[in-house]
Each structure stands twice: as structure tokens, then as C-alpha cells.
Design a protein around this ligand. Structure first.
Ligand code: FES
Length: 150
């Protein structure tokens, strides 16, 4: 039984849309590998394919949250492996900054997260998805959903 299956039903109902920006290289590659291996992942995950996570910034993240996402995550290449020089590092800095802003505004910093994955390892993206759900469910347990505060 995965962690996702042990989440309280009341909290589970509040996790419906998890927007995950995945880069076209390692991010999407690992999701494809997971699909080929028929690995299951949470049905709330909504994958948005981007060329590189460096393209994702506060505008896209806030747009997703304003349009109903319960949380947003970026999944890109591992450090040193970005196909666009340093897009993943830019993305990590942006997410880190956004986490600080969320904290300053009184929200949990778990509504936005950053991950890396390897194209040949489908279990990394499935593990990332499980971590997103687990972090969000813990945040909801402690502080409520982001919609509660809006
Ligand atoms: Fe994957 Fe840049 S191409 S993060």
C-alpha cells in the first residue's frame, strides 16, 4: 500500500488538482518510462509539458493556483543535466523564492515544490508524485488548503 492510499478521506477529497510542470527531457522522459512500466500514480496529477523547467516562473505557478490547482510542482533534469544549460537551477531558485513568499504571506510552503528525475527511471517521477501528495496532505492537515486562505 502506498502513502497515497493511507491518506485520510477528508484530506483526500481536498486534493483534486496537482499541477506538475515537467520538462520535455528528463521530466517527461521519466513519466513516459513509468507509463511503459505501467506504474500507477495519483489521479490528481495533471502533467503540463514544458520545454525546460526554466520556462516556469511565478506567473505560471500563480496562474495554476488561481485556476484551481491545489499545489504546483516542477520536475526537471538533475543538476548538471539540463538540456538548456541551467534552466533547472533557475527553476530551483524561483521555487525557493516562492516558498519564502508563501511563508511570508502566511501560507504553507508545501504548495509549491521542485523535483528532479532521470528519464530512464520511471520510479523517480512516481516517487516525486507521491511526495507531492504526501507533502500537500500534511500541509492541509496543519494549515488547510490554499483555497481556505484565499
Ligand atoms: Fe530538463 Fe531543463 S531540460 S530542466
Amino acid at each position: 500500500m502506498s502513502d497515497c492510499e493511507t491518506i485520510d478521506e477528508n484530506i483526500r477529497e481536498k486534493i483534486q488538482n496537482l499541477v506538475v510542470f515537467m520538462c520535455n527531457e528528463c521530466g517527461q522522459g521519466s513519466a513516459n518510462t513509468a507509463g511503459v512500466a505501467r506504474m500507477a500514480y495519483d489521479p490528481a496529477i495533471r502533467i503540463i509539458r514544458v520545454q525546460c523547467t526554466g520556462q516556469v516562473g511565478p506567473t505560471q505557478i500563480m496562474d495554476a493556483l488561481n485556476n484551481g490547482a491545489d499545489a504546483v510542482a516542477c520536475v526537471g533534469c538533475c543538476l548538471g543535466a539540463c538540456h538548456f544549460f541551467n534552466g533547472n537551477i533557475l527553476s530551483m531558485h524561483r521555487i525557493k523564492l516562492m516558498k519564502k513568499v508563501f511563508k511570508e504571506l502566511g501560507y504553507s510552503d508545501q504548495f509549491v515544490n521542485q523535483y528532479t528525475s532521470r528519464a530512464a527511471e520511471g520510479e523517480t517521477s512516481v516517487g516525486d508524485f507521491e511526495d507531492i501528495v504526501e507533502r500537500l496532505s500534511n500541509a492541509i492537515k496543519e494549515e488547510g488548503t490554499i483555497k481556505d486562505g484565499c
